[in-house]
Design a protein around this ligand. Structure first.
Ligand SMILES: Cc1cc2nc3c(=O)[nH]c(=O)nc-3n(C[C@H](O)[C@H](O)[C@H](O)COP(=O)(O)OP(=O)(O)OC[C@H]3O[C@@H](n4cnc5c(N)ncnc54)[C@H](O)[C@@H]3O)c2cc1C
Length: 459
């Protein structure tokens, strides 16, 4: 972008507009994944829908490249493109709860923690993510799963409406009754259709939940996974438990003797009667007594922040994912092999349940293409040291390559790694891809919004 256009942008937009040479520039282009080091031509801070409309018009009319930043958490750093203009929604962090209707409007740049905090004051919550720093925007538009998913479904299953700035700069509200085709596509189709300046959610009565962590030595991964694959899908919907291969962090609640040990286990969330949390996860003794077990009642936002300090912003990340409707013996062999060889202390593999309430929604009700999946798996190579970037990437890719044949063929769109092929996007949406491409043609025929897991408009 030349200086004349930049000057015009600073004049025409309320901004602030941050560009190379500005003292805030390097700070502003930092995102969650420190492996991403891109230099946008400008970042336009937007505070409301009017700012976003003006920014979209400016970028489109001057033929510039466009990217959109919500929480800045995407693995591939989709919100930053070399030499493009990022429409940065981070000033739009606000939540308005209606406690009587049990709904909330949430600003398009909010983080999960903003919503958790505001809703908790009224004993309310939505199913979304396992870390408070993730953006509501990208997570919701991709589908969103978290601790409350078996009980209340995906995040999109609680979405009631969205305020959207379209590619032509116009503003619409999408819901089941207004622009229903757009509303359908927004629920899973990512940032392909416009910029969401506010989301309206149905909230659920959740205040204090039972939290548990159960760990076994990594050498027992086979027995634990054989038990877990049978136990979890038939467990009550009040019980959520994601499986993890991990290295035990050096701090409470873990006793010193297991610090730094590679282990496997389950992180539990129980939304039933708190007095019965131990009973709910009692069957965990089945694969043999765990090395470590901890249960405690916790306010829901506390659970949501439990891992925030362990994996703060600024680490190197490379991840890949797939959906699974079963965990075969062959898949278990792959998990056992790679769990024993976690390349760095923060690298991990998680299997998040997406069954129960999430699977009762019909396949064509939203853009999410895998209502028959039981788990959304992610393999995450993570480390603070840039020198290990290649090693964590290679481990994640090798693990994924061996596991993929035992998957359903596609993965969660928000777990697609950097530089994965366009085929992976199609595989994510399966039978829904064609309909998404049609909606894209209606709302963004020139593919202005393409810095995402891109759905190309039907020709
Ligand atoms: C530590 C960590 C934990 C995670 N845990 C979970 C989890 O438990 N469950 C889960 O479902 N996902 C999880 N994710 C994945 C997460 O959903 C994605 O990384 C998601 O893309 C984050 O959205 P964001 O807004 O923070 O990211 P950004 O990088 O800002 O945006 C990602 C994409 O969404 C678009 N976008 C964002 N906001 C808007 C908006 N308002 N309007 C239009 N487009 C927008 C961007 O343009 C971009 O294409 C996790 C990610 C991390 C890093």
């Amino acid at each position: 972008m030349n200086d004349t256009v930049l000057d015009l942008m600073r004049t025409e937009l309320r901004g602030p507009v941050i560009a190379p040479g500005d003292p805030e520039y390097d700070g502003c282009r930092e995102i969650y994944n420190a492996m991403i080091d891109r230099h946008p031509a400008a970042m336009v801070k937007c505070s409301d829908a009017a700012d976003v409309m003006a920014a979209v018009d400016f970028v489109r009319d001057h033929g510039l490249e466009l990217a959109v930043r919500g929480g800045g958490h995407s693995g591939g750093g989709l919100c930053l493109v070399e030499d493009a203009v990022t429409i940065d929604l981070t000033p739009m962090r606000w939540v308005r709860v209606d406690p009587e209707a049990k709904t909330a409007w949430v600003g398009g740049g909010s983080q999960l923690g903003d919503l958790d905090h505001a809703a908790h004051a009224f004993g309310l919550a939505i199913p979304a993510g396992i870390m408070s720093t993730t953006g509501v925007g990208g997570l919701t538009l991709g589908g969103g799963h978290g601790y409350l998913t078996r009980k209340y479904g995906l995040t999109i299953d609680s979405l009631l409406a969205a305020d959207v700035v379209l590619a032509d700069g116009s503003f619409v509200t999408a819901s089941e009754t207004e622009h229903p085709d757009l509303f359908w596509a927004l629920r899973g189709g990512g940032g392909n259709f416009g910029i969401i300046t506010a989301f309206k959610f149905q909230l659920h009565s959740v205040h204090t939940v039972g939290v548990g962590i159960t760990l076994w030595p990594v050498e027992r991964t086979r027995e634990v996974l054989e038990w877990y694959r049978d136990f979890l899908p038939q467990a009550p919907e009040d019980l959520n438990g994601f499986f993890a291969a991990l290295t035990v962090p050096p701090g409470p609640p873990f006793p010193e003797e297991i610090h730094g040990r590679k282990m496997c286990g389950v992180v539990w969330c129980w939304t039933g009667d708190l007095a019965r949390v131990d009973e709910a996860i009692a069957a965990t003794a089945e694969p043999g007594p765990p090395t470590f077990q901890f249960t405690a009642p916790m306010p829901y936002p506390m659970l949501q922040t439990m891992f925030d300090e362990l994996i703060p912003k600024g680490l190197q990340w490379y991840w890949r994912g797939d959906f699974f409707d079963r965990i075969t013996d062959e898949a278990i062999d792959v998990h056992a092999k790679f769990a024993e060889n976690l390349p760095t202390p923060l690298s991990t593999m998680h299997l998040y349940p997406v069954d129960a309430a999430a699977s009762r929604v019909s396949d064509d009700a939203t853009a999410w293409g895998y209502r028959d999946a039981v788990w959304s798996g992610v393999i995450g190579g993570i480390d603070p040291d840039p020198a290990n970037a290649e090693a964590i990437k290679q481990w994640a890719v090798a693990y994924w390559n061996e596991l993929h044949p035992y998957s359903m063929g596609g993965g969660y769109v928000n777990f697609i790694g950097e530089n994965e092929s366009q085929d992976r996007v199609r595989a994510t949406y399966r039978q829904n891809y064609g309909r998404l491409a049609d909606v894209k043609r209606t709302y963004d025929p020139k593919n202005l919004f393409h810095a995402n897991q891109n759905i190309q408009p039907t020709v």
